[in-house]
Design a protein around this ligand. Structure first.
Ligand SMILES: [Zn+2]
Length: 159
């Protein structure tokens, strides 16, 4: 098994385990490598020497778990390091907080944001989809917009 440090288009870093370099290339080529945070399949491999898992006892709880996972059944299985898992948990907590404290206005986002800004609608937090151009226009009008990718898995839970 070889461990690759991977990164998605949104900068989430994670590790992927593969039987070989060729296996990684093959799975990447077929779109089977997915970011565990946002499910993006635009993945790039970070330039670092791959570690070879020899199945020996390693230091630390998570490391010893990895050591026991050196079989072919987990090929292509992607899991974050403890630091990344913590960062992702915090990030998901933030997403959850935003979701719980905002109203989903969907594609009406830009319109509704303007109505709130110009006091035509009650002031409240909203969320929804908008284009980069629209977000730019809103920013120029002095309307604060924060954008972040919502994990695909999370969207499913919300509907
Ligand atoms: Zn990602």
């Amino acid at each position: 098994m070889i461990v690759f440090n991977l990164r998605c288009e949104f900068g989430h870093r994670f590790e992927g385990w593969f039987a070989s370099h060729a296996s990684f290339d093959d799975q990447l080529g077929r779109g089977l490598v997915e970011c565990p945070v946002c499910a993006s399949r635009h993945i790039e491999r970070l330039l670092s020497a791959p570690r070879i898992n020899r199945g020996v006892a390693l230091v630390g709880e998570s490391e010893s778990q990895r050591g026991s996972m050196g079989d072919s059944a987990c090929e292509g299985f992607v899991h974050p390091t403890p630091e990344q898992a913590l960062a992702q948990a915090l990030w998901l907590k933030l997403v959850r907080h935003v979701v719980e404290n905002t109203q989903d206005v969907g594609s009406q986002f830009a319109e509704e944001a303007r109505r709130i800004h110009y006091r035509e609608a009650p002031e409240r937090g909203i969320r929804g989809q908008t284009t980069a151009e629209e977000a730019q226009l809103l920013a120029e009008e002095g309307i604060d917009v924060v954008s972040f990718p919502l994990p695909v898995a999370f969207k499913g839970q919300l509907q």
